[in-house]
Design a binder for this molecule. Structure first.
Ligand code: AMP
Length: 231
């Protein structure tokens, strides 16, 4: 019998391991924060973990540095080792939401094998889906205050005076990374491997596809509802 509160693929250790998948601009970070709060799970985002390791000057940071500077993937062994280390921390006792990893089918297979050695498995893969042109518009509308760092969005969260920060009146800027042509290029690089990873987990029947065009709260509720229903 499956525990209806847990879904069909909870680990025998009782920990919940969820995977969050979505392109840049799909709202993955926002949903990760909400789900982490609601479910008491640790949010483990690979890019953030690597950047933190770089700042700390740790051995992991040194191993990852050259790859990150070239924009290449860090080798699987290092990446998986990092996640396994994080998953062994007390903060992950109830489980974790993985974000940014696995990014390739090879990583997915290696992760599954490593989890299986510990009697664990991924319970659910949550895929937040938004059409490409909407993603480009979302990311291209982001602005940030160069003085205090406050983020805005020209359509979704505009400043009181167009182009000026509410806090200090500084002229808002667009990050180079957020320009439409750069966003399209980033998306093009991400999409194929992401679809392959999704297909791999779809074959296991554990992917929840969620329409990311809905308001933020509706997306969160749909995900939570799906998890509760063991859908
Ligand atoms: P991100 O902020 O997610 O774009 O990640 C920043 C950098 O961290 C990437 O360019 C990679 O060098 C590294 N990285 C993040 N996730 C992974 C992963 N799953 N596998 C290998 N390298 C990764």
């Amino acid at each position: 019998m499956t525990d209806p509160g847990r879904g069909p693929a909870a680990s025998s250790t009782g920990r919940r391991i969820l995977l969050l998948v979505g392109s840049v601009g799909a709202g993955k970070g926002t949903q990760a924060a909400a789900l982490s709060r609601e479910l008491g799970l640790m949010h483990l985002a690979s890019g953030n973990l690597f950047r933190q390791a770089l700042r700390d000057g740790s051995q992991l940071g040194e191993q990852a540095r050259a790859y990150m500077e070239r924009g290449d993937l860090v080798p699987d062994e290092i990446t998986i080792g990092m996640f396994m280390h994080e998953l062994s921390q007390p903060a992950a006792a109830r489980g974790a939401i993985l974000d940014g990893f696995p990014r390739t089918v090879a990583q997915a297979k290696a992760l599954d094998a490593t989890l299986a050695e510990r009697g664990e498995q991924i319970e659910r893969v949550i895929s937040i889906e938004v059409p490409v042109e909407e993603l480009v518009a979302r990311v291209a509308g982001r602005r940030v205050c160069p003085v205090c760092g406050t983020p805005y969005h020209v359509a979704g969260d505009p400043p009181r005076v167009p182009g000026r920060c509410d806090n200090d009146g500084a002229e808002l800027q667009q990050r180079d990374d957020d320009r439409p042509e750069v966003v399209r290029a980033r998306l093009a690089k991400q999409v194929m491997p992401m679809l392959e990873v999704l297909e791999y987990y779809d074959q296991k029947g554990i992917v929840q596809h969620v329409d990311g065009r809905q308001p933020i709260e509706a997306v969160t509720n749909e995900i939570l509802e799906g998890l509760r229903a063991g859908w």
